[in-house]
Design a protein around this ligand. Structure first.
Ligand code: COA
Length: 277
């Protein structure tokens, strides 16, 4: 049977505690531009449970499978991260049919991970594809990538968190422009408006993304989690409460072994060997 989500674990030798790895999830429906069908959602949710429970997983990278070699007489498919939710699963469905799926979906499962997530986008990231990238903490893209929320052209709006996450990331006006127009946004424009963190040449994208992920994987996994949840708190809390949250998270780190290890390592000009607590 078609494996719609491929999983590769890359060990990070210098990670501490030992055994640290980066897990790479590849959306694997290249002939359908990696459109996110029910099965992919189920597989992503399963991998989220595994990533959360496995202490060795330090960083998660999500990408799309590249196009398959062109068969004779056939038209090749364009490179894609994911060209959206699978539109073929929308036909003849009413609200009762789709509600259970949207109440328990992969976009929120990824968003709710306590560990850092990176979307590595090479090609189309449209609709649910842009939303999956938005569910990640960081987005790197190749020059040939295109983002957008074309749901408006289907008589729909984004349903994977796009209205909320785009608004917070780009601001009200830009989110309105992107969602109401359904326009595609090229990589340079996406970078300029803050939708993505960096643009790389396609051939450099994987190495650059993995080397960035390794950098994070070598930090204290405990401190990384605290940093993520403290930054995340800013999305929900009024500013003054956010400052209080940061203060309490910061102060609590003074009771961890990793803070002592990190400070001593700096003062002794050595590498920190984290315990993850
Ligand atoms: N859901 C289901 N199938 C999709 C899909 C989606 N979101 N996006 C692309 N596909 C399928 C096409 O049906 C086609 O399948 P086929 O070869 O079996 O006919 C295949 O992927 C290739 O797509 P195609 O449209 O032929 O490629 P293209 O290069 O001409 O156009 C896009 C690329 C991305 C512009 C175009 O596929 C597109 O607009 N896709 C839908 C984007 C969208 O609206 N997403 C939001 C969904 S809520």
């Amino acid at each position: 049977m078609e494996e719609v989500l491929l999983v590769d674990d890359i060990p990070v030798e210098e990670a501490s505690p030992k055994g640290g790895l980066i897990t790479i999830w590849t959306l694997n429906r290249p002939n359908k531009l990696n459109a996110l069908n029910n099965k992919i959602h189920e597989e992503i949710k399963k991998q989220c449970i595994r990533a959360e429970s496995d202490d060795n997983v330090r960083v998660i990278i999500i990408r799309g499978a590249p196009p398959l070699p062109i068969e004779e007489g056939q038209k090749g498919k364009p490179p894609s991260f994911a060209a959206g939710a699978d539109i073929s699963e929308f036909e003849n469905k009413n609200s009762d049919d789709v509600r259970p799926f949207f109440e328990d979906n992969a976009w929120e499962a990824v968003w709710n991970l306590s560990k850092p997530t990176i979307a590595m986008v090479d090609g189309f990231a449209l609709g649910g594809g842009t939303e999956l990238a938005l569910s990640c903490d960081i987005r790197f893209a190749s020059e040939r990538s295109n983002f957008g929320q074309p749901e408006i052209n289907l008589g729909l709006i984004p349903g994977g968190g796009g209205t909320q996450r785009l608004c917070r990331l780009l601001g009200y006006g830009k989110a309105m422009e992107v969602i109401l127009s359904g326009n595609m946004i090229g990589a340079e424009e996406a970078l300029r408006i803050g939708l993505i963190n960096a643009v790389h040449k396609s051939e450099d994208l994987e190495n650059s993304t993995i080397s960035f992920a390794k950098k994070i994987a070598k930090k204290s996994p405990h401190t990384i989690k605290v940093a993520k949840r403290t930054i995340r708190a800013s999305l929900d809390l009024p500013f003054s409460e956010g400052i209080l949250t940061e203060r309490s998270e910061f102060v609590a780190l003074f009771d961890t072994e990793d803070k002592e290890i990190g400070v001593k390592a700096f003062l002794q000009r050595k590498d920190a060997l984290w315990l993850g607590k």
